[in-house]
Design a protein around this ligand. Structure first.
Ligand code: ATP
Ligand code: MG
Length: 316
């Protein structure tokens, strides 16, 4: 017979339960989640090469022990100890970033001086060169990106490189922001002769030309400009300025800094045209924040307002 089922002989002899003082409660540390487990380089097998960007090459890799697929970004060049330590500190911050609309950064691997970043794999690739003329799809897409941006901005993380190739999608239709922070790390490791890395095509006027805003640069507002350019590009199916996205620095700089911001065409809905105008304000102080844009009628039709409100946001 199990002790719990045994009959009590003296029911009057009961020990009182000690009173629990909740002020003394100390939460137990949680076990590490699988997403923060250390994944070793030796356990990864390269399946295929996904593509290359200005700062590195991305591979699809298999983590043999778990049979899970990841993306591995191998950053060009061997790096000095000081740079590697700085990158390690930054990746540590990125590893704590956990949001459904931000690509998960699992680990930084230092493989004989070569820096590799292990990322969540997005099986439908990037939104580069996608034409999305349907406003309902575009609204859903913009809402997802804004949720990711809102999360990052609330944590005081500025992306600085929002553009279609850094917006990834998976087969469940979930859109995620990639390369945040990694782009900053890359910028720091660029040597002088390699300073043409990256494109200014999605950068805000005041970031390209520091004279425009009295030398002040607000990274949050910069991210919103880049989002606006990307969303308008999806709608039009082409880069929205008068020059090509791949144009040289001088023509891009003229188009972005010296002319009026691009607008959605008159054939688009009033909500969409207004949404783009709120993102592409020339004066960064007038650009809407991610929290405000999440409540814009293009993103949140009036009937859905209460469900979509981000917590603690202020709408003006
Ligand atoms: P840049 O270097 O200016 O950011 P890029 O975004 O094209 O340009 P990478 O970030 O190196 O360059 O990416 C190279 C390719 O790998 C791109 O096509 C990108 O969409 C793809 N890619 C990057 N990260 C992932 C990921 N986590 N899952 C799936 N594909 C990815
Ligand atoms: Mg990228």
């Amino acid at each position: 017979m199990r002790p719990a089922a045994r009959q009590r002989r003296r029911s009057d002899l009961t020990l009182p339960m000690p009173q629990r003082d909740t002020s003394l409660a100390v939460p137990l540390p949680l076990p590490p989640s699988s997403s923060t487990l250390q994944l070793q380089h030796s356990e990864l097998e390269r399946v295929s090469r996904i593509g290359s960007g200005a700062g590195g090459t991305v591979y699809k890799v298999l983590h043999r022990p778990s049979a899970k697929i990841y993306a591995l970004k191998v950053i060009y060049g061997n790096h000095e100890d000081a740079v590697r330590n700085q990158m390690r500190r930054e990746i540590q911050i990125l590893r704590d970033v956990d949001n459904p609309n931000v690509v998960r950064c699992h680990n930084l691997i230092d493989h004989n001086g070569e820096i590799q970043v292990l990322l969540e794999y997005m099986d439908r690739g990037s939104l580069e060169n996608r034409h999305i003329p349907n406003e309902t799809s575009l609204s859903d897409l913009a809402r997802q990106i804004l949720c990711g941006l809102y999360y990052l901005h609330r944590r005081k993380i500025v992306h600085r490189d929002i553009k279609p190739s850094n917006l990834l999608i998976n087969s469940r239709g979930v859109v995620k922001i990639a390369d945040f922070g990694v782009s900053r790390i890359l910028a720091q490791t660029m040597d002088n002769c390699n300073s043409s890395v990256g494109t200014i095509a999605y950068m805000s006027p005041e970031r390209i030309n520091t004279d425009l805003n009295h030398g002040r640069y607000d990274g949050y507002a910069g991210d919103i400009w880049s989002l606006g350019v990307s969303i308008l590009e999806f709608y039009l199916g082409k880069f929205p300025f008068s020059v090509g996205r791949q144009g040289d620095w001088a023509s891009l700089m003229c188009a972005i800094c010296m002319s009026q911001p691009p607008e959605a065409p008159p054939t688009a809905s009033r909500e969409f045209r207004d949404f783009i105008a709120c993102c592409l304000q020339r004066d960064p102080a007038k650009r809407w924040t991610a929290a405000q844009l999440l409540r814009h009628p293009f993103i949140a039709p009036v009937s859905n307002h209460s469900q979509l409100l981000p917590p603690h946001s202020s709408f003006t």
